[in-house]
Ligand binder design. Structure first.
Ligand SMILES: [Fe+2]
Length: 188
């Protein structure tokens, strides 16, 4: 299974490091955080979590932009590459992407193409992404959401999406933090 993480990292590096170095910094930090908080998910899911973190933003790569909605584009590309289907679905739906899909008129398309799991893995992936800034810096989730709003501006579709998604994103982060605290109290 470690091979899965290694493959995911190299795929992401190939797609992001040169064309999108800032995005690559973010992705490296998100993957490192997913690894650090992986005790919040069952042992058998940890490599899926970290591999998904490496791949969650590949849809921004100019090599594979299709609809312009990075979560869907990344998930579709991973499917075309016959990558692990659970990871493709986690990427397609990461960080409340279904709400952004609705804003873009792609809600039904996303739901039809990819099953959405709702587990500690989806929470931990959202937590890793939503507590890591665009340069890889650590953020509290509410700071991160404010940073996204200020980067895109009040009228932007992404800002509307973030406003709708905020309660679920914050809840996912808090659930992950609680599981992590529990895992410290009960060594596994
Ligand atoms: Fe991200």
């Amino acid at each position: 299974m470690a091979a899965l993480v290694d493959t995911a990292r190299e795929v992401a590096r190939h797609l992001l490091e040169t064309p999108l170095p800032r995005r690559w910094s973010h992705v490296q930090a998100v993957a490192a955080k997913a690894d650090r908080i992986s005790a919040a998910v069952p042992a058998e899911d940890r490599e899926v979590l970290v591999a998904s973190a490496w791949l969650h933003d590949v849809g921004y790569s100019p090599d594979l932009v299709d609809t312009g909605f990075h979560s869907l584009d990344g998930g579709r590309w991973l499917c075309r590459q016959r990558f692990n289907t659970r990871i493709a679905a986690l990427v397609a739906h990461h960080s409340c992407a279904w709400l952004e899909a609705e804003e873009r008129g792609l809600g039904e398309v996303l739901a039809a193409e990819f099953p959405r799991e709702e587990t500690a893995v989806t929470d931990a992936l959202c937590c890793s992404d939503m507590t890591t800034g665009p340069d890889g810096q650590d953020f509290e989730v509410l700071e991160r959401l404010a940073e996204i709003r200020s980067r895109y501006g009040p009228e932007h579709l992404v800002t509307r999406f973030i406003s709708r998604a905020e309660p679920e994103m914050v809840a996912a982060v808090r659930r992950t933090q609680r599981l992590l605290a529990d895992s410290v109290r009960q060594p596994i």
